[in-house]
Design a protein around this ligand. Structure first.
Ligand code: MEV
Length: 314
């Protein structure tokens, strides 16, 4: 018997350089793709299921129960969005989950790409659009009101400007950009952190909207700084963005401390990245400061990753 047709795909994680949370309310944000993320392989099968992180999720086509784990609900929804037949999928992560690095979006994009590659997609919908839509359906199971920046970064990689209304656009980058990432502590759920900001906004609409507007202003200035290769200015803006995230209530003492260590070690700027409540911080570095910052974090037991972007033409 010949083996069932199969397909494999990958997608990257991301860091948010500026603009998380504000982006949920329509403000712009900037993201930088990570080389690592998720891989997925799928094959046609009699029954649908997903293996991920040592767990197997059996998905019964007929039964939909609210007790189903979120991963199973999300995979069911992703397959439904793609009109896919029964498939058996295996997925794995090369970045930590729940740390603000876009792991769930990378998984959603990798799975959607693999399914589309296997089935050929639908003749009415361009393949890229089918992947985007299915990955968003997956992501919304975890995040409720996801802006789409994580799935856009997982799909496109590189340095991106993102708004909810216009989606992602590649950014002109005026010089090689280097970002060091430290995994500080376990992260909180994005859904919970986005809801915490919404609750704060319900209690103090004017105050929270002022913070959101200030973050939007920093993001616009950061776009300009990136296009000019002015990383001193970009670093300053990132550090200011961290202070505004503190005001929004999404930082933690551990994240603040890790930012402080990076700045003391010479980073051009540092901030939490992603939803906050734990997870990762990022520091803007150069060839000279990168080893010092990484050493300062490593000395305190923090695991580090790197994200880079080469200079591009506008
Ligand atoms: C999560 O990486 C970024 C948030 O702004 C949520 C979102 O945009 O979907 C916190």
């Amino acid at each position: 018997m010949s083996p069932a047709p199969s397909a494999t795909a990958a997608a990257g994680g991301k860091v948010i350089l500026l603009g998380e949370h504000a982006v949920v309310y329509g403000s712009p944000a900037l993201a930088l793709g990570l080389d690592r993320g998720a891989t997925a392989s799928v094959r046609l099968a009699q029954r649908t299921g997903l293996s991920l992180g040592g767990q197997h999720y059996a998905i019964d086509a007929g039964k939909l129960s609210s007790a189903e784990p979120a991963v199973a609900l999300a995979f069911r929804a992703l397959l439904g969005a793609l009109g896919a037949p029964s498939v058996m999928a295996e997925a794995s992560l090369q970045i930590p989950a729940g740390a603000g690095l876009g792991a769930s979006a990378a998984l959603g994009v990798a799975l959607a790409r693999a399914v589309v590659e296997l089935t050929g997609g639908s003749p009415d919908v361009p393949l890229g659009e089918a992947v985007s839509r299915a990955a968003m359906v997956w992501e919304n199971v975890f995040h409720g009101n996801a802006s789409g920046i994580d799935t856009a970064a997982a799909e496109q990689g590189g340095c991106l400007w993102f708004t909810r209304s216009e989606g992602a656009r590649p950014l002109a980058v005026g010089g090689a950009m280097q970002v060091s990432v430290a995994l500080v502590e376990p992260g909180a759920s994005t859904l919970r952190m986005v809801e915490a900001v919404a609750e704060r906004r319900r209690a103090d609409r004017r105050g929270v909207d002022l913070v959101i507007d200030s973050i939007a202003d920093l993001a616009r200035r950061a776009r300009q700084a990136i296009s000019l290769g002015d990383f001193t200015e970009l670093g300053r803006l990132m550090t200011q963005n961290h202070q505004l995230l503190v005001e929004l209530g999404v930082s933690t003492p551990g994240l603040d401390q890790a930012c402080g260590w990076a700045i003391q070690a010479g980073a051009l700027g540092a901030k939490l990245t992603g939803a906050g409540g734990g997870g990762c911080v990022i520091a803007l570095v150069d060839d000279r400061t990168r080893p010092v910052v990484v050493e300062a974090w490593a000395r305190r037991g923090l695991t580090c990753l790197e994200a880079r972007c080469a200079a591009t033409q506008p």
